[in-house]
Design a protein around this ligand. Structure first.
Ligand code: BGC
Length: 740
């Protein structure tokens, strides 16, 4: 048992939380209240006495970035034993895709299209984190991300509001469980409210401009879904939206989140985002910024120190009513009570010692496996038959890069825990297959060609070359945006040289975002997109390559052919002049002195057409899946009625496999222009070799609802088209009428 736990028997845990909050609040001084609204960066170790003294005076309510259990417990002891009212500290940490056991980056988790798995991953992270003393994570990040230049796309679930909502809720359930006070639960935080993913040109922290209808129909729905599912906290964004930074945006925070949706949990600013209102040019100084943030509804100041500096003066001068402060503080206290911190405030590292739990690694393995997306597989290159392969060359900078396969935001994950593809290949096939390893480049950014001849030789002398390319972890994530999203360094050249020398080339790309890889495709026989797959990426990848399991991942985001196509996403509007295939003469085929209208007058790029490289929802398998027999049980949907859409999914191959069947909808005419397709339902199904299964989706009028021209929410009568498919670009189609 942890040495700290014994001293603290439960203190009135049966009294209703609201009574306990009010009791405590009635005893607090203004300074103690303001302390509760302060989150302080505690990353400086060892803990300075002054820090402990502040905690003891009740001036710090929450800390961030400290996960040493002994240090956390020492700080907690100061709060609980030395401060006048013994209010425990709330300890926050970015536990984004695992704590010690690292799962794929969230974008990779989205590629699994498997909410149960996303829930399990978050559960593992919650129990590892809580036992080390963390009570609160800043995830899930549910920003709709349609720009792969933006480094933070790695942290997102991609471009679709529905997929993001479903997976966001699953992650929230995994973190929070049924009871926040359980020793394996932590509070989750939906972020960044709202619109951050629309940062102009994909450059981090940049301005966003999102029209009101688009905000309601695309960017807000995941937040609404998580509020409805019981998210404990929400974080506001750094970015400004339509001229008002989110952290000062009373219309959105106080108006939409609090009043329209009834969210009564804790709202925290992003890191120093209140102080940054001055830099945005919205507030003349920090004192004014504090008024803006309090008015907008921000309860806690993350790492900015500006509430501490100015709130007391504002209360004294009457600019802020103390009752407002009480409201803010009561949300912090309520969360602390809900987390059971008054009963058990301490880290209990012995409860879930990291990496002793086999199930954590199994979940990380399964998550990696299901996140891989097979983008190309000419002539059934994959799976490799182990009995036919005598030699393999592992080439590329990411074949044995334990840190790089973990991805962004891995504060507590360790490279030494990673199993790389090279290590996994050696462990499983080392005695039967000759394995040669030539990185070819020292990092993904390396431009030197000096190892190319060795790489070519290894490829030439092996039955198969497995080339592991992509981006190092540091090239995506916060503040790591790119303008050119092709393979960095000399990786494309390396691939060309290896492909020319080898009999069979299998390329694996690990990256934090979609990359523009059109020019690389001809230089490989098979291509797997592996995102940053985490601790167990290596074994999962090797098992997939050798057909122990078949790939089932599907893209959660569109892959552009070029940066110039961005933004490109499947659920775009039709426009008044949608692309017409016959009109699309590309730049090299245009006749000299062609007439102004000779290329038609529709929406496409002369040099890239209008289609992406790979559409949303796309991903191949070793199994051959076909959909057939689409049936709708009614042609007309009436109020309080549903339509059943059924389809047959056949696997006509000798491989067992899973795929995700997707149902898309289009509202043909409405009071505002609607997307050409919107994902409404999906189901991931496993099908045995040479067999078939029936899938039924149910659509209700509420599935057809959207924010209309008059700003109300609901469906509109008329014609609807549907597609059932395995990606956003094709599929079986049908139609029905909504008569309400
Ligand atoms: C990020 C947040 C994160 C916070 C705390 C900020 O820079 O935008 O997403 O939770 O830091 O680390």
């Amino acid at each position: 048992m942890n040495k700290f736990t014994r001293n603290f028997p439960p203190r009135e845990p049966t009294k209703p939380v609201q009574d306990r909050v009010e009791d405590l609040l009635s005893k607090m001084t203004l300074e103690e209240k303001i302390g509760q609204l302060q989150q302080v960066d505690a990353s400086t170790i060892p803990v300075p006495d002054e820090f402990i003294a502040k905690i003891s005076r009740g001036e710090i309510g929450s800390i961030i970035n400290q996960t040493d259990p002994d240090i956390c417990n020492a700080m907690q002891k100061a709060a609980v034993e030395n401060s006048r009212l013994g209010i425990p500290l709330l300890i926050g940490r970015d536990v984004i895709h695992g704590f010690r056991t690292i799962a794929p980056i969230p974008l990779g988790q989205a590629a699994t299209w498997n909410p149960d798995l996303v829930r399990d991953i978050a559960q593992v992270a919650a129990r590892e984190a809580r036992s080390q003393g963390v009570h609160w994570t800043f995830a899930p990040m549910i920003d709709i991300s349609r720009d792969p230049r933006w480094g933070r796309i790695a942290e997102s679930f991609g471009e679709d509001p529905y997929l993001t909502s479903v997976l966001g809720v699953a992650m929230l359930e995994g973190f929070q469980g049924n009871d926040l006070s359980a020793p394996d639960s932590i509070a989750a935080c939906a972020k960044h409210f709202v619109g951050y993913g629309a940062s102009e040109s994909g450059r981090d922290y940049n301005t966003t401009n999102i029209p009101a209808n688009e905000l309601r129909n695309v960017y807000l729905p995941p937040f609404k879904a998580l509020v409805d599912a019981g998210i404990a906290t929400v974080m506001t964004s750094f970015s400004d939206i339509d001229g008002v930074p989110a952290t000062a945006n009373a219309d959105l925070v106080e108006g939409v989140l609090r009043q329209d949706w009834g969210f009564d949990g804790l709202i925290v600013s992003d890191w120093n985002a209140i102080g940054e209102l001055v830099v945005h040019g919205l507030s003349e100084d920090n004192a004014h910024a504090v008024i803006e943030a309090v008015t907008a509804g921000i309860d806690m100041d993350m790492a900015g120190g500006v509430y501490e500096a100015h709130l007391a003066d504002h209360v004294a001068s009457g600019l802020i009513d103390e009752r407002k402060i009480d409201e803010m503080v009561s949300r912090v206290l309520r969360l602390k009570f809900d987390l059971g911190l008054f009963e058990q405030p301490y880290a209990q590292p012995d409860l879930y010692p990291p990496l002793t739990d086999k199930s954590a690694r199994e979940i990380a393995y399964q998550a990696a496996l299901e996140s891989f997306v097979l983008l190309k597989n000419d002539a059934d290159t994959l799976p490799l038959q182990s009995e036919d392969v005598r030699s393999i060359a592992i080439i590329g900078p990411l074949g044995d890069a334990p840190h790089e396969q973990l991805g962004t935001w891995i504060f507590d994950g360790l490279a030494e825990d990673s199993v790389t593809p090279l290590a996994a290949l050696k462990a499983t096939y080392g005695t039967q297959i000759k394995i040669t390893h030539v990185p070819g480049l020292s990092t993904s950014r390396d431009r030197r060609h000096d190892q190319f001849e060795a790489a070519e030789a290894a490829a030439r002398e092996s039955d198969v070359a497995i080339v592991l390319l992509g981006e190092e972890s540091i090239l995506s994530g916060e503040a790591h945006s790119r303008a050119d999203i092709s393979l960095p360094g000399a990786q494309s050249e390396l691939l060309q040289r290896v492909h020319a020398a080898s009999r069979k080339t299998v390329t694996v790309i690990m990256a934090g975002r979609p990359l523009t890889i059109e020019r690389d495709l001809p230089h490989t026989d098979a291509l797997l997109f592996a995102w940053h797959p985490g601790t167990m990426g290596g074994p999962a990848l090797i098992d997939l390559i050798f057909g122990v399991h078949a790939p089932s991942g599907k893209l959660p985001v569109t892959f552009p052919r070029s940066v110039g196509q961005i933004p490109i996403y499947y659920n775009h509007k039709t426009t008044g002049r949608p692309p017409v295939a016959d009109d699309m003469v590309l730049i090299d085929d245009i006749e000299e002195q062609a007439k102004q209208t000779s290329l038609g007058m529709s929406s496409f790029h002369l040099d890239d057409g209008h289609l992406p490289l790979f559409p949303f929802g796309f991903g191949l398998s070793y199994a051959d899946f076909t959909l057939s027999d689409l049936k709708l049980n009614h042609w007309t949907m009436r109020e309080n009625e549903s339509i059943k859409v059924s389809v047959k999914l056949t696997n006509s191959s000798v491989h067992a496999g899973a795929t995700t069947v997707q149902l898309y909808l289009r509202d043909v005419s409405a009071s505002v222009t609607r997307p050409v397709r919107e994902l409404k339902k999906f189901r991931k199904v496993s099908v045995a070799p040479n067999s078939a299964t029936d899938i039924v989706f149910e659509l209700k009028p509420s599935d057809l609802a959207f924010y209309r021209r008059d700003k109300s929410f609901g469906p509109e009568a008329g014609e609807f088209k549907i597609w059932v498919s395995t990606n956003a670009q094709d599929g079986l189609s049908g139609e029905f009428q909504l008569a309400i």
